[in-house]
Design a protein around this ligand. Structure first.
Ligand code: SAH
Ligand code: SF4
Length: 410
């Protein structure tokens, strides 16, 4: 019997119904996040005749995603009658902002409560982080409440409550950010924090918040297609990066159906170590993962795949590891992103010493890769990579093991 077999039993014992199965969506759905087709169907369901739907979709889309209105009454190009009917059936609700924190470096973090009823002891919440500098504003978006994967260095992986977000809840995070940053035409920008100098506040999106986006593929795809739609939010797919811990079967789909940039959380160059750090590796090994990267649709020197590598002291940060890393990535149009480990309460790792990170980075640089070390942002508000976790409860070792086994067997 392997460790995995032992762990399978408690997994089924403590999870009866998933939080998503227990979840009841709001009676009046929000139109946020619907594709144009789904929006047309929604209009059809309230009696808008087929011949008028295309035009109505066009108008409503513009009001929602270009103007950012939160009230149907403001949609002045829509007929008076439809303007009155829409709020009887739908809302334009975004997730509710429960808390907003602004870091000393200008990073903002929002704790968002998702609409609908839950039977869980805690409300369903996610975090969204805005990381600005003088030229760009990157929004780090969540794809799940918690994460079923249990990477040993990641705070999100210790969260007990896990469910997939809907496309509306994913797009909703972008809408909230634009609301709070005053990014709609005529809106007022906040005076605290940092906002890039151009017209736009959110210039880039990274699916690097809570959750594994490729385990919620359809919702993430639909949401990113809304976000990149030119007549609305209009963030180009070349400015959207999806980060995965290595869900191999969905990597190609991401390239083909979303067309965004790809980031891969590699973190180790040997299967034995990666099995421990990123337990999903037991299912999809490094060679298989890199093969999927080699075949990623649209990857080229201009559209490189980012390999993320968290620097863990004495664990994966030796010079031999650095050399093995560049050997492994040979032939893949790659960028390497070294991430200093961000500690969280109770984590068992330490961040590599700065000197060691520099030596590691030098090896990568000498092999011809730009190897930026990602400066941790928003550390004071626990907004840095891997620190996101809405609940403070901790899992017991047994529960962590059970969750890990579930992720392996689904
Ligand atoms: N689930 C996806 C995306 C979210 S995590 C993934 O794993 O790729 C975004 C990035 O933060 C990943 O590269 C992840 O490995 C990294 N990360 C997680 N915890 C971290 C920590 N404590 N310090 C630094 N980076 C961390
Ligand atoms: Fe999930 Fe990514 Fe955290 Fe791993 S690193 S537990 S995949 S959010």
């Amino acid at each position: 019997m392997t460790t995995l077999d032992i762990a399978t039993e408690p997994a089924t014992a403590f999870v009866e119904k998933t939080p998503l199965e227990r979840y009841v969506a709001p009676a009046k759905p929000s139109l946020i996040g619907l594709s144009r087709e789904a929006l047309a169907d929604a209009l059809g369901s309230i009696g808008v005749p087929e011949r008028a739907r295309k035009m109505r979709v066009q108008q409503i889309w513009h009001w929602i995603y270009f103007r950012g209105v939160t009230d149907f009454a403001a949609m002045s190009s829509v007929s008076k009658e439809l303007r009155a009917t829409l709020p009887e059936h739908f809302t334009l609700a975004r997730p509710e902002v429960v808390a907003e924190q602004v870091s000393v470096d200008g990073t903002r973090k929002w704790l968002l409560r998702l609409p609908g009823e839950t039977q869980d002891e805690r409300p369903h919440e996610v975090e969204t982080v805005y990381i600005p500098d003088s030229e760009r504003g990157t929004l780090c978006v969540s794809s799940q409440v918690g994460c079923t994967l249990t990477c040993t260095f990641c705070h999100t992986g210790t969260q007990r409550l896990v469910r997939n977000l809907t496309a509306g809840e994913i797009v909703g995070q972008i809408m909230v950010a634009r609301d709070r940053l005053g990014e709609w035409p005529g809106a007022t920008r906040p005076t605290d924090g940092v906002i890039p100098s151009g017209d736009r506040c959110v210039t880039n999106i990274v699916m690097m918040g809570m959750g594994e986006p490729l385990y919620n593929f359809e919702a993430v795809r639909d949401a990113l297609l809304v976000a990149s739609d030119n007549e609305g939010i209009g963030i180009s797919r070349r400015r959207i990066t999806l980060s995965t811990s290595g869900v191999v079967p969905n990597i190609e789909r991401a390239g083909a159906e979303i067309g965004c940039l790809l980031a891969v959380s590699l973190h180790a160059v040997r299967d034995e170590l990666r099995n421990e750090l990123v337990p999903l590796n037991r299912k999809y090994k490094i060679t298989e993962l890199l093969e999927a990267c080699r075949n990623y649709p649209g990857a080229s020197n201009a559209r490189r795949i980012t390999f993320e590598y968290v620097m863990l002291k004495g664990v994966n940060d030796s010079i031999d590891d650095a050399k093995a890393l560049v050997r492994l990535l040979k032939g893949i149009p790659a960028k390497i992103n070294l991430i200093p480990f961000n500690p969280w309460p109770g984590s068992k790792y330490e961040c590599s010493d700065w000197e060691q990170i520099e030596k590691f980075s030098q090896v990568v640089f000498d092999a011809g890769y730009a190897s930026p070390v990602r400066t941790p942002r928003g550390r004071d508000i626990l907004a840095a990579c891997g620190q996101l976790k809405s609940a403070t409860e901790k899992l017991s070792a047994r529960e962590r093991m059970a969750l890990r086994a579930m992720a392996m067997t689904d």
